[in-house]
Design a protein around this ligand. Sequence first.
Ligand code: F6R
Length: 279
Amino acid sequence: MFVKVERDYEAMSQRAARIIADLVNQKPDAVLGLATGSTPIGLYENLIRIARDEDIDFSGVTTFNLDEYEGLPAAHPESYYSFMQQHLFDGLGLTEQQTNLLSGMAKDPAAKCAEYEEMIRRAGGIDLQLLGIGGDGHIAFCEPGSSLAGRTSLVALHPKTIADNSRFFDRKEDVPRKALTMGVGTILEARACLILATGNAKSDVWAKMIEGPVTAQVTASALQLHPWTIAVSDELAASKLQNLDFYRHIDRELIDQPELPLCIFQPELDPRRNIFAAL
Ligand code: F6R
């Protein structure tokens, strides 16, 4: 796992946006896995600005979102469909044909989930999967105890997740109790993962994800098994990491090197060879 610590939320967002912008520049038909929630909003704002300022063409990109609440129609203001239109798709001019989300209103969720997996496969697989981390250590809506080999499915949300998400709803009883979500197994098939965290409230789970054991109790820890995970956070979220100085050292060595996901498409640029040779 490549651990990068930025000064604050804005610096984290800029760095993450730059990784995605560079990827799309290099691979204009990139398949992006996307996340919702508070964390990536700054990244999306920066990405829209970079795309405009640098005239980056997103017309060949395909996107797949991680998850959607069960029982919310796409038009509901708190659906993840609405979130993505508001925070990214409108700003980048992405069309309905380019963007894919699970439907919270599917009559047969299991069939929809299997179809979603098939659509990802037909698109050639996800190049870069963006993720946030939940207060209970989840990625997507893979709650504690989820199979680390799990596929896209309908799941029950943990009470902590329901409580965390209640800030977006007027009444507690309106907060969805279930969601359709990619599984950890689905996520680990992406060619690269980019996970973000901000603020002190995430510092415990961030340390568990990076330095704790791989466990289904903290599904984000499964990213330790992925060869290309980049974990970018602000100082506050990183404050409980034991090996912070070492991560900073590695990160400094990477300055002026192409960002890591790009090396998947141009292995000869892989900066790890130089770094590990220097250690
Ligand atoms: C959202 C998602 C979730 C969030 C996580 C963190 O699509 O899959 O795993 O990334 O709950 O949410 P925030 O960013 O609101 O703290």
